[in-house]
Design a protein. Structure first.
Ligand SMILES: [Zn+2]
Length: 359
């Protein structure tokens, strides 16, 4: 029975899609609702948090990954390619971690030896190899992974390295600061909160609270993870880390915090900033829209954007959202008598059809 219903839903979906292409509903059946809005952060969470980890300390990464799985926390590991290229066993180890889906990758240069604020003493080729050569190596070593971001060694930059980074990367993570607010025009100057052995869970949690109260994006910078070290060491205290990850989970479950990898948040911001919603029709029983963005690479920019879609007053219960990629059910919410739903849509994937009364 269920199978039959699903098949019907599938077929209805396709009928609806061809209806858009061939015969939109008549003007008389159109009704008026408030246009949809794009949510600042995925799933309409209040704020975002990204754990970034630098330098590719493998044993620490294994421990980070275990904690991340336990608390649903997502991270981006910024790798130094010279330290892993040619070491097949290590590349396999990293691939295994990444394939679990909680940690993805970023570029932290080929050698981590060149100081970019002294880039005058290097040739353009040397700098290009350190930045874009490392990008190419990462794509070769981990073909399944997207590489969107560069993290400058020691957070240093110069005009020439900035220009090189922009050739292949969509963002640059720097060092210092840590919370980015609504002005995300600074994707090539994103600060981060440097975590050392004496950083406590309370400090991490209070930074998180700050991000939540301002609706911002909190970017952390970790290196190692362990239970031994001195104040100031670039090692995150594993006990503080676990307490903090537990807090991230709590806030996330409460709808306040989106734990997204650095890459996923970059994707979301780039898509959201250039998103356009075209209303195809608004009928008594269904709504059609098309979400597009201006990011050229549709394979890379595939993160679902959350839309707040306003619905006709008469709709109740749940809606069915039909896209080429599949069908999803969402609850209808209401505030002061206004009906709406939050739905996730990947941009540039054709039409999205919303139907009333999903069973
Ligand atoms: Zn580093």
């Amino acid at each position: 029975m269920l199978k039959a219903l699903l098949l019907t839903a599938y077929l209805l979906g396709h009928t609806a899609i061809s209806m858009v292409l061939n015969a939109p509903i008549s003007p008389a059946d159109q009704i008026s609702v408030t246009p949809p809005e794009v949510c600042n952060w995925a799933d309409n969470k209040t704020a975002a948090i990204s754990v970034t980890i630098d330098d590719g300390h493998y044993e620490s990464a294994v421990k980070f990954n275990e904690l991340q799985k336990k608390y649903n926390v997502y991270s981006t590991q910024f790798l130094i390619t010279d330290t892993i290229a040619g070491n097949e066993e290590r590349v396999k180890g990293w691939s295994d971690i990444f394939s679990e889906g909680y940690m993805d990758i970023g570029n932290h240069s080929a050698g981590h030896e060149i100081r970019y604020d002294e880039s005058d003493s290097y040739t353009a080729d040397e700098l290009d190899r350190d930045i874009n050569g490392a990008y190419t190596t990462l794509k070769e070593l981990f073909p399944e992974q997207d590489v969107l971001a560069f993290a400058t060694p020691w957070g240093q930059n110069s005009q020439i390295t900035d220009a090189l980074i922009r050739e292949k990367h969509y963002a640059n993570r720097s060092v210092g600061g840590g919370i980015v607010y609504w002005d995300t025009s600074v994707l090539y100057k994103l600060g981060s909160h440097v975590i050392t052995f004496d950083t406590t869970a309370e400090e991490l949690n209070s930074m998180t609270d700050k991000a939540i109260s301002g609706g911002g994006w909190y970017i952390q910078l970790h290196h190692g993870l362990g239970d031994e070290g001195n104040a100031g060491d670039l090692i995150t205290d594993i006990t503080a880390c676990e307490k903090h990850f537990e807090y991230i989970k709590e806030q996330s479950d409460a709808g306040k915090l989106w734990s997204g990898s650095f890459n996923d948040v970059i994707k979301y911001i780039c898509e959201r900033k250039t998103a356009k919603i075209e209303m195809l029709w608004t009928g008594k029983r269904s709504i059609g829209l098309r979400l597009t963005d201006d990011m050229g690479d549709n394979d890379l920019f595939d993160y679902p954007i959350t839309l707040k879609v306003y619905l006709p007053d008469s709709w109740n219960g749940r809606i069915k959202v039909i896209q080429k990629s599949g069908t999803a059910i969402y609850p209808i919410e209401s505030e002061d008598g206004v009906k709406f739903a939050y739905i996730n849509v990947v941009p540039d994937r054709g039409n999205t059809i919303i139907k009333m009364n999903a069973w």
